[in-house]
Design a protein around this ligand. Structure first.
Ligand SMILES: [Zn+2]
Length: 158
């Protein structure tokens, strides 16, 4: 029987969602137990939502597998041409799957798409507080890192 070593898109989604549920449960447990005192304010529902949404968006739309014709790539639908340069420039599982350059290059390309949209819609920087920006960036980056980690672990198992 042939075992595929590298997680496919569906497995990446499952792994990322399980990790998100673990992060949320652990965060909840840490802040709700009276025998643990963390000396920090629990995160607001707003920040938890922003983290979850950016993490899930990252999982489904900002995957390192945008470097090939993959389901995250095709999810962009008519807008997938925006990722075409990325797919052409980066060879599969190359820089896009590097723990530092992967998130940087993906988020750079995403910013090239997202920032003009925000400008057109009339948003400006002051609408995004530091908290919101840091939490959103963490959600995006963590989803990408989980993908890279899953690929590395799967290829080390074989
Ligand atoms: Zn991958």
């Amino acid at each position: 029987m042939k075992v595929t070593a590298i997680p496919d898109g569906k497995n990446h989604n499952k792994i990322n969602i399980i990790v998100l549920m673990l992060i949320l449960s652990i965060t909840y447990a840490l802040f709700s137990r009276s025998d643990i005192s963390l000396h920090v304010q629990p995160p607001s529902i707003e920040l938890i939502l922003i983290f979850s949404v950016t993490y899930l968006f990252g999982t489904f739309f900002l995957s390192p597998d945008l470097d090939i014709e993959s389901s995250p790539y095709n999810r962009w639908g008519v807008f997938k041409f925006l990722w075409w340069p990325y797919k052409v420039i980066f060879k599969h599982r190359g820089l896009s799957h590097h723990p530092i350059f992967g998130p940087l290059t993906i988020l750079f390309n995403f910013a090239l798409i997202f920032v003009p949209i925000l400008v057109v819609l009339g948003f400006n920087r002051t609408l995004f507080s530091l908290d919101v920006s840091v939490v959103a960036a963490t959600g995006f980056v963590l989803s990408i890192e989980m993908h890279i980690l899953a690929d590395v672990m799967a290829s080390n198992l074989t």
